[in-house]
Ligand binder design. Structure first.
Ligand SMILES: NC(=O)c1ccc[n+]([C@@H]2O[C@H](COP(=O)([O-])OP(=O)(O)OC[C@H]3O[C@@H](n4cnc5c(N)ncnc54)[C@H](OP(=O)(O)O)[C@@H]3O)[C@@H](O)[C@H]2O)c1
Length: 119
């Protein structure tokens, strides 16, 4: 069974915001593949009343950019105002290539704002 360390909530993010010397290393940034795979449920703290709206915008932005939902998730983490390094895992070369390509995906301000606002 997969263990889950919890999400980066308001307290952790404000701690990060308060000290410019800190960088957040995000463990399991793709939730083990749950964003894109029907067979993998979201961890309980990611499955809340705002989840369907967030997933809908995530899929919308993926469609607009031509990227996968996993790439949008990683690009959102990499390109935000707070320093975040996603420690993504991969079980195949195809997954690794897909995930690495997220480095080249730049979300527009509008896309980022829509992702942040959906909850
Ligand atoms: N120290 C700790 O307590 C701790 C805790 C958690 C994580 N970590 C570290 O963080 C690293 C990453 O954690 P994680 O493996 O949970 O990260 P993750 O990136 O959330 O999940 C990786 C898994 O997601 C699936 N996946 C990845 N890319 C995919 C894609 N493009 N499409 C569909 N599925 C995809 C694969 O699962 P399948 O195998 O099912 O295909 C892959 O093994 C670990 O290696 C570990 O070093 C440390």
């Amino acid at each position: 069974m997969r263990s889950h360390l919890g999400h980066a909530g308001a307290e952790l993010l404000s701690y990060l915001r308060a000290d410019p010397g800190l960088t957040l290393v995000a463990y399991s940034p793709l939730l083990g593949g749950a964003y894109s795979r029907e067979d993998k449920p979201l961890p309980p703290d990611y499955d809340h009343p705002g989840t369907p709206a967030r997933l809908a915008v995530l899929r919308e932005v993926a469609k607009e950019t031509g990227a996968s939902v996993n790439q949008v998730v990683l690009a959102w983490q990499i390109g935000g105002t707070l320093p975040v390094i996603p420690l993504a895992g991969a079980s195949s070369v195809a997954q690794l290539e897909e995930n690495l390509a997220a480095v080249d995906l730049e979300l527009t301000e509008d896309q980022r704002a829509r992702l942040d606002a959906a909850h």
